[in-house]
Design a protein around this ligand. Structure first.
Ligand SMILES: Cc1cc2nc3c(=O)[nH]c(=O)nc-3n(C[C@H](O)[C@H](O)[C@H](O)COP(=O)(O)OP(=O)(O)OC[C@H]3O[C@@H](n4cnc5c(N)ncnc54)[C@H](O)[C@@H]3O)c2cc1C
Length: 411
């Protein structure tokens, strides 16, 4: 064997597993297709790297959709507190920002990558770049991988090729074919953490407007199938912001989303509030009266246009049926989803290696002993806020621990 562990993919999951395994006495070789590892890490958080979140474990478990149970052992093995300690005690000072998001204080994702690379070097990890692994097969009790003309053998393999989003970073979904050839089931990958493009989008004028903590509900075939509250951002062609991005894994073309623009318990209350502002200032125009609802004027104009209401209508002249229509729109501004952003826009991939075939306590395959997984190649995708990187590091740490144990058992 060339090495104890062959790691396919030099993203955060692969690099972190390598250095933890090397620190635990195993030799590790990372094969990375790009000229340098960590290309995607450098673009995270708009280049500032939202490393993790200060949320308590219960909130973490909810941030991965229905995968909370699967990710728990990894998060317990190496939680957010350990990740923050790892970086801050080695010279990368961190800071907490809005909604518990943790970033390097320098605002440079490069600092995170640099520290990982230095740690790998110190631990003796062999990092080989410009190596695209094209086949992975069993060889005796171990494995053989080919990258270009080279063959690499190892007792253990970690597949950490990432997902299929932002393919320009090297994450082109290669891991799926490599492990499908060994008998693994792949849940069809699709874009997650991606914006939404409604048909007949009428709010381009609102581009750049952000609304905080807005309730969004999802409707399919006339039935409500989910709801979330989050920050929302209008763009030229559609909707984005955490409240949409985090929900996007559930969206399908043809679904309806409803944005509750006014925080209240029901539509009737909005109607009562409209009556009250109209009665208080009967000579003012609706456009001005509605500013009391804390919505930007551009958005108010879009809503009024949608309802077929002249913005110059005075409070006194505002009739009951129009009032109903307006209250309905403010309670749930409706958009039919034409499409969601593709892999070139998505910040994560939903789907991937089926977690039912992976042991959550070690990250080892249930199908092929000695084969391990970490990071986004798995069918795990978290919300925005640092949850995806935390899972990459935690699963990398857990896989390293799993291999270390396996190694001791086999000695
Ligand atoms: C624009 C953007 C912003 C993001 N911001 C954040 C954020 O702020 N916080 C957060 O938590 N998450 C963020 N994410 C998500 C996060 O980057 C990923 O979840 C994380 O990088 C996954 O780590 P990974 O190691 O599993 O995979 P990756 O980082 O994708 O790394 C996989 C590596 O494998 C290599 N590879 C692929 N195929 C092969 C092959 N055949 N042979 C050899 N090497 C191969 C690739 O070149 C790549 O370097 C963001 C994603 C994007 C696209």
């Amino acid at each position: 064997m060339n090495t104890d562990i062959l790691i396919i993919g030099g993203g955060p999951a692969g690099l972190f597993c390598a250095l933890r395994a090397a620190a635990g006495g195993l030799s590790a070789t990372v094969l990375e297709k790009n000229p340098r590892p960590g290309k995607k890490l450098l673009v995270t958080g708009s280049g500032q790297c939202n490393l993790t979140n200060t949320a308590p474990i219960e909130m973490f478990l909810k941030a991965y959709g229905d995968k909370g149970r699967f990710v728990k052992p990894a998060l317990m093995e190496f939680p957010n507190t350990s990740l923050m300690e790892f970086f801050s005690t080695r010279g990368v000072s961190l800071e907490e920002r809005h909604k518990g998001k943790v970033f390097p204080r320098s605002g440079r994702a490069g600092d995170i990558l640099e520290l990982l690379m230095n740690q790998c070097r110190q631990a003796g990890v062999d990092i080989r770049c410009n190596r695209t692994v094209t086949t992975l097969s069993r060889e005796g009790t171990g494995f053989r991988a080919t990258a270009g003309g080279e063959n690499h053998s190892a007792r253990f393999v970690l597949v950490s090729c990432g997902g299929a989003s932002w393919p320009g970073t090297g994450s082109t979904g290669d891991g799926y074919a490599l492990v499908a050839a060994l008998g693994h089931r792949i849940v069809v990958p699709h874009p997650s953490l991606t914006p939404v493009y409604p048909s007949a989008f009428d709010a381009s004028s609102c581009s750049g407007i952000a609304l905080s903590d807005t309730p969004v509900t999802l409707w399919r075939g006339g039935k409500k199938i989910g709801g979330r509250i989050g920050d929302l951002l209008f763009t030229h062609q559609g909707l984005s912001g955490p409240g949409i991005l985090d929900f996007s894994r559930d969206f399908q073309p043809g679904d309806e989303i409803r944005l509750q623009l006014v925080r209240t318990t029901d539509r009737e209350q909005i109607e009562k509030d409209i009556i009250s502002v109209c009665n208080n200032s009967p000579r003012k125009s609706l456009k001005n009266l509605l500013s009391g609802f804390n919505l930007p004027e551009t958005l108010i104009l879009v809503v009024l246009k949608r309802c077929g209401i002249d913005p110059e209508t005075t409070g006194a002249a505002f009739d009951k049926s129009s009032r109903r229509i307006l209250a309905e729109a403010l309670y749930g501004l409706r958009y039919i989803i034409r499409e969601t952003g593709g892999f070139d826009e998505a910040m994560a991939t939903a789907g991937g290696v089926d977690t039912a075939e992976v042991k959550s306590k070690t990250m080892e395959s249930r199908v092929v002993p000695g084969l391990y997984f970490a990071g986004e190649v798995l069918d795990v995708d978290g919300d925005t806020g640092g949850f995806n990187l935390q899972f990459a590091f935690s699963s990398g740490a857990l896989a390293a621990e799993g291999m270390r144990h396996r190694n001791l058992e086999e000695l």
